[in-house]
Design a protein around this ligand. Structure first.
Ligand code: T3D
Length: 264
């Protein structure tokens, strides 16, 4: 798969997707956004891929929107309607990540800002290198959280912390991010990709359909009453129970052997 601002490597059943606009800390240009949509659609449809790692080249994970794109129109006094770009770009990309039916890991290799935080939040698991730093950034350029962060950030760190992060836009280091639940693990920078690959490999050996359904069920249940959630669990359990992996899991348990899940 050849892209201008993205590198996609397939390593067995794991795909490593690298944002590749390192001189701008992997800022999300229209090209990168379009290429991510294309690549992730393909990986979503590819049954041989059972886990995806999203990371960045160089010292940035992603610095959010590519502000150099704003320079020319703003210098000419033009004020493009940002919602048009958001609807065609992030508003398609974030659901594609958040609803990915296979596990998605953000391997946060460095600086994260603005919509880069949203990308990480839309992944299932976030592992940060110990040098990573986070800043919401929007308010510093007079904008509001977008790319799903108004929704994902409070659900991840709680409303009071989300308000503090969004309004003050201070830089948060990796250990502080771990402390507030913004990331799940912090590892030495040098071992970040080994850790991410290890975790992706572990997830790729699990029942892929059940993992995807689990993510969706937990997300849906946060909007439901208990009785609605119980009904939804029963419906989704029928879907999980119809998979080959469910059968294999039960038979392996009864045979006292390790299961071999196929992701079906
Ligand atoms: O419609 C829409 O698109 C609206 C959507 C908005 C969504 C958003 O994400 S808004 C938020 C956009 N992001 C930012 O405002 C962050 C801007 N960047 C920074 O504040 C800082 O660069 C960082 C805190 C992220 C990192 O600081 P530092 O000191 O580690 O690096 P640096 O020296 O500032 O940046 C290194 C290079 O990357 C530099 O280029 P140069 O001088 O070496 O040629 C810098 O200009 C470039 N860069 C960093 N962020 C961006 C960027 N270039 C374009 N867009 C960026 N977002």
């Amino acid at each position: 798969m050849g892209y201008e601002q993205l590198i996609v490597d397939v390593e067995g059943d794991v795909a490593i997707v690298r944002m590749n606009n390192a001189t701008r800390l992997n800022a999300l240009s229209p090209t990168m956004t379009r290429e991510m949509l294309e690549a992730l659609e393909k990986l979503r449809a590819d049954e041989a891929i059972r886990a995806i790692v999203l990371t960045g080249e160089g010292r940035g994970f992603s610095a959010g929107a590519d502000l150099s794109e704003f320079g020319e129109p703003y210098a000419k006094g033009e004020r493009p309607q940002l919602s048009l770009f958001l609807k065609e770009g992030y508003n398609k990309l974030i659901p594609l990540l958040a609803e990915m039916p296979k596990p998605l890991i953000a391997a946060i290799n460095g600086v994260v800002a603005g919509a880069g935080i949203s990308l990480a939040l839309a992944c299932d698991l976030r592992i940060a290198g110990d040098g990573a730093t986070f800043t919401t950034a929007w308010v510093k350029i007079g904008l509001v959280p977008d790319a799903g962060s108004s929704y994902l950030l409070p659900r991840t760190v709680g409303m009071p912390k989300a308000i503090e992060l969004a309004m003050l836009s201070e830089r948060v280091d990796a250990l502080s991010a771990l402390g507030i639940g913004l990331v799940h693990r912090v590892v030495p920078h040098e071992s970040l990709m080994d850790e991410a690959r290890g975790l992706a490999g572990q997830l790729a050996r699990l029942p892929t359909v059940a993992l995807g359904l689990t993510r969706r069920l937990l997300e849906e249940a946060s909007h439901l009453s208990l009785s609605e959630a119980l009904d939804r669990e029963a419906e989704v359990q029928d879907q999980a129970a119809a998979t080959e992996d469910h059968l294999e899991g039960v038979l392996a348990f009864l045979d006292k052997r390790g299961p071999v899940f196929k992701g079906r």
